[in-house]
Ligand binder design. Sequence first.
Ligand code: C2E
Ligand code: CA
Ligand code: CA
Ligand code: CA
Length: 279
Amino acid sequence: AKESGKNQYRFCSAAMKEEVSERLSVANSLAGALERGELRLLYQPQLSLHSGRIIGMEALIRWERPGIGSVPPQLFIPIAESTGLISAIGDWVLRTACEQNKTWQDLGLPRVRMAVNISVHQLRDPGFASKVTGTLVATGLDPEDLELEVTESGAIREQDQIVQVLGEIKQKGVSISIDDFGTEYSSLSRLKQLPVDKVKLDMEFVHGIEESPKDQAITRGMISLARNLGLKVVAEGVETQAQLDFLESRMCDEVQGYYYYRPLSAEEMEEVLRTAAAG
Ligand code: C2E
Ligand code: CA
Ligand code: CA
Ligand code: CA
């Protein structure tokens, strides 16, 4: 921003410079992380409250940065978005997740849905719908076995463009879910215009269920709103039996969280699917 000289000076404090150089350093090494094989996916099971069975999973990205360790996605995804790297990383995530799901199906494991987080930057690409179709064709995965998780904030800001791309994808049979549902109040009125199948109740509300009557009221309200719009409801971040009991009594459809499983490596996830098949 071009304000007064004083402000400019303040903006360039040592702490700020350090932060900028830290971001640059992250961006630099992130640029090569894909080719160096430092990215991988973890998988967290999603369970149906109606059947008690695993009906899907969410792919969650991890970056093992040499000499530094695991970098949380909340730190590097925003940097990937601001540098444009999200496009290549997002393509890799989609491809890897679809491939993995198809591999498990080919092994005869129970057929489940793979949910993939999509950044709003990816949806800005007018060719994104054909990219999704291309990935399904290339991997042989049925569109019904893929779900895209999109955060509502992004879906709202650029509504027309996003609605069109999401509509195209949904038409192919891929399901769409609104992630972090409830964190942007304005979305409630927009929800009916969005081509979505499902909402994912943000864990902020789930975690408040036990202590806060207000969070209980909000959660109840959001579940009934979504159900009245014909949408399925998934709760994320379920950690306790009490949260689960509440969600079950309020007709939530699916749950995901540490109470059942943490995000698992591909090997661990495969084992869980094998056990599910046997049981
Ligand atoms: P999100 O999509 O809202 O994912 C939920 C986060 O909650 C994940 O954190 C997950 O590991 C964590 N979680 C799951 N169950 C529990 C629980 O019971 N309690 C608590 N406290 N946390 C739980 P994670 O894996 O660190 O991912 C953080 C965020 O990074 C995600 O939030 C998503 O926005 C983003 N992200 C992750 N993978 C990808 C990706 O492949 N592409 C994009 N664009 N974003 C991703
Ligand atoms: Ca998600
Ligand atoms: Ca979420
Ligand atoms: Ca989130």
